[in-house]
Ligand binder design. Structure first.
Ligand code: NAD
Length: 480
């Protein structure tokens, strides 16, 4: 059995305890993974602290060279990393191989370039020359969830290290494998020992002491709202960015380009197995086109290929774990009880869906499920289900759409479909969310701020927005 160890100070470090990581499509045990606690966290933070002055004082072009090299190594290993990721977390290979792992490589090339361009703002006055220095913060705790683990981890590691910080990365206990490979490639890229450390383990045993550690200066966390709240309450005074849950509205007006809106709506709830923080899980459709839209949407959902995540044709793979499958099934069961109409999918394999291939028969599968006649106050419309379950909610007019879109604790992403330019801008301004995509699915431009408002988190990452967590700005005022 393969064993995965921690990476501390450039060394592979064993643990007294191990946990198994399991392929959610086949239930096969993929590896035994070192389970860290206080001791490993202390050692990793100490290594990161010791490596910090050297790395922070390495000239930015030299840091950039190593960061770029890491991106190039990832780009060279895309098929291998994508397969590891797909086996470990069930995200389909068409996504990991063509989108997510290549994007991880891009994260490094982007921030390598950017760290050589950090400049201070200057505010000259007749009496003073004011300018701003951006210093690295120090040791950062980077915590990743299981849904797109490699991309999310690199999205944190790349800016963190590029700006001169050192890091302790903790992956989710449900999907630790691809990041273990990241640690190996980081050493191959010439990152000095201690600059990137990896402690594996469970949230409370490894994640909590890491966040609470007094030598950790900043926390970049992606995960659930419940965990984010807990960290904010227990970590003490630190810089942090919290990328949390969502229940994003996907609003379609009667004047929208319906075919494109349908494609995007299907993509935004069913791709990545529906396990996507920015999923358009509440689909708000104007009443005059609601019935037609619902019928066409369900027709497309029925045609989605559910199956082996290693098959290039598969769109929906298995849920990450039996526990998460049970949660998603709970909401599928709840929908009709709350008064929603089940248009397709449901608890068991529907008759129109082919049988699963033999290899994945024991996987954690659920079929794309569509509920119509959903009222926004139902639990299926308020709770983050984090699976391939769409809620179709009718609305009257612009004001009604805004009211429903904002009637949620979350505020991560939003989508607006209309051919009316003025309305598109009004909606984009009125919806309470960190992001709004107009006539578009979610696209990521690395220069833009990524993050949410309300219970979806606080802080933004991306481009210069990443300074917020990974840099300490200092005002210098020189008397003239
Ligand atoms: P989770 O909160 O259960 O776990 C996330 C990470 O936190 C894991 O590594 C876990 O081990 C760790 N953790 C758990 N308890 C901890 C504690 N007390 N202290 C420190 N670390 C702790 O979330 P999950 O189930 O892994 O991920 C799914 C959630 O992540 C969803 O809510 C999803 O919306 C969210 N998410 C958000 C974004 C975003 O950018 N906003 C992106 C992806 C996922």
């Amino acid at each position: 059995m393969q064993q995965i160890q921690h990476l501390i100070n450039g060394q592979s470090v064993a643990s007294s305890d191990y946990f198994e990581t399991i392929n959610p499509a086949t239930q096969e045990v993929l590896a035994e993974v070192a389970s860290g606690g206080q001791a490993e966290v202390h050692a990793a933070v100490a290594a990161a602290k010791a490596a910090f002055p050297g790395w922070a004082n390495t000239p930015a072009p030299e840091r950039a060279k190593r960061i770029r090299q890491l991106g190039e190594l990832i780009a060279r290993h895309v098929p291998e990393i994508a397969q590891t990721e797909t086996n470990d977390c069930g995200q389909v290979i068409a996504q990991t191989g063509k989108q997510l792992v290549p994007r991880a490589a891009d994260n490094f090339s982007y921030f390598a370039e950017m760290c050589t361009r950090v400049d201070g703002h200057t505010y000259p006055t007749p009496t003073h020359l004011n300018y701003t220095l951006f210093h690295p913060v120090g040791v950062c705790a980077l915590i990743s969830p299981w849904n797109v683990p490699f991309m999310t981890a690199t999205w944190k590691v790349a800016p963190c290290l590029a700006f001169g910080n050192t890091a302790v990365l903790k992956m989710s206990e449900l999907s630790p494998l691809s990041a273990a490979r990241l640690g190996e490639l980081a050493l191959e890229a010439g990152l000095p020992a201690g600059v990137l450390n990896l402690v594996h383990g469970y949230g409370q045993q490894a994640g909590e002491p890491l966040c609470a550690h007094p030598d950790v200066r900043a926390i970049s966390f992606t995960g659930s709202t419940a965990t984010g709240n807990r960290i904010v309450q227990t970590a003490g005074l630190k810089k942090f960015s919290m990328e949390l849950g969502g229940k994003s509205p996907f609003v379609i007006f009667a004047d929208a380009d319906l075919d494109r809106a349908l494609d995007a709506a299907v993509f935004m709830i069913f791709s990545n197995n529906g396990e996507r923080c920015t999923a358009g899980s509440r689909i708000l459709v104007q009443k005059s086109i609601y019935a037609d839209f619902a019928q066409k949407f369900a027709e497309r959902a029925r045609r989605i290929t559910v199956g082996d995540p290693l098959d290039e044709k598969t769109i929906v793979g298995p849920m990450i774990s039996p526990a998460h499958l049970a949660k998603v099934r709970h909401y599928i069961e709840l929908g009709p009880k709350e008064g929603a109409t089940l248009l397709c999918g449901g608890l068991d394999r529907p008759s129109y869906a082919p049988e699963l291939p033999e290899r994945v028969k024991r996987g954690n599968y659920v079929w794309p499920t569509v509920f119509a006649d959903v009222d926004n106050r139902m639990k299926i419309a308020q709770d983050e289900i984090f699976g391939p379950v769409a809620c179709l909610i009718p609305f009257e007019d612009e004001a009604d759409a805004i009211r429903i879109a904002n009637d949620t604790q979350y505020g991560l992403s939003s989508y607006v479909w209309t051919e009316n330019l003025g309305r598109a801008h009004r909606m984009a301004a009125a919806i309470e969310a960190g992001m709004c995509f107009v006539n578009s699915q979610n696209v990521r431009d690395l220069r833009q701020p990524f993050g949410g408002t309300k219970a979806s988190g606080t802080g933004r990452e991306g481009g210069t927005w990443s300074y917020e967590v990974f840099c300490e700005p200092k005002n210098v005022a020189v008397s003239l």
